[in-house]
Design a binder for this molecule. Structure first.
Ligand SMILES: [Zn+2]
Length: 141
């Protein structure tokens, strides 16, 4: 059997993530831009285990990186892996769901590398919270 076409792969990745970035949790509907299907480990193929949904910012900021430096311990650590790790084990919301705090070396390194708390996204999150569009109900925990 041949590999499924990219459109099929993309739809599966989209549905699995419910249209939200698997790094910063941004909802496609809130930003009005298509999510990217991101290769978690570039060069390791189009297997669904190596793919995640990512917003344009996270995808472009991550680029080909698989590691980054945790500013707290000053060491290079792996970036968050959405297929192997749980978001809530590495990140937490703060400041009324406008700021993502890394709570592990992996979380902290990923927040920095992917620029998950850029000033503009924090302003957007504030508006989404005010409008009742963020966070998604299952994120409130
Ligand atoms: Zn993102």
């Amino acid at each position: 059997m041949s590999d499924p076409p990219w459109q099929t792969i993309k739809k599966l990745a989209h549905d699995r993530a419910r249209g939200r970035c698997e790094y910063c949790q941004t909802d496609e509907i809130n930003i009005g831009q298509s999510m990217h299907v991101e290769h978690i480990r570039p060069g390791e193929g189009d297997d669904s285990d190596n793919l995640c949904l990512a917003c344009p910012n996270c995808n472009l900021s991550k680029a080909a990186a698989v590691t980054a430096v945790d500013p707290e311990i000053g060491q290079e650590v792996p970036l968050f892996h959405p297929r192997l790790q749980k978001w809530a084990d590495h990140f937490a919301w703060e400041d009324d769901y406008t700021l993502i705090r890394g709570i592990t070396p992996i979380g902290r390194a990923t927040v920095i590398r992917l620029k998950m708390n850029r000033p503009r996204i924090k302003l957007s999150r504030r508006r989404w919270v005010q409008a009742g569009l963020h966070p998604a109900s299952e994120m409130k925990g």
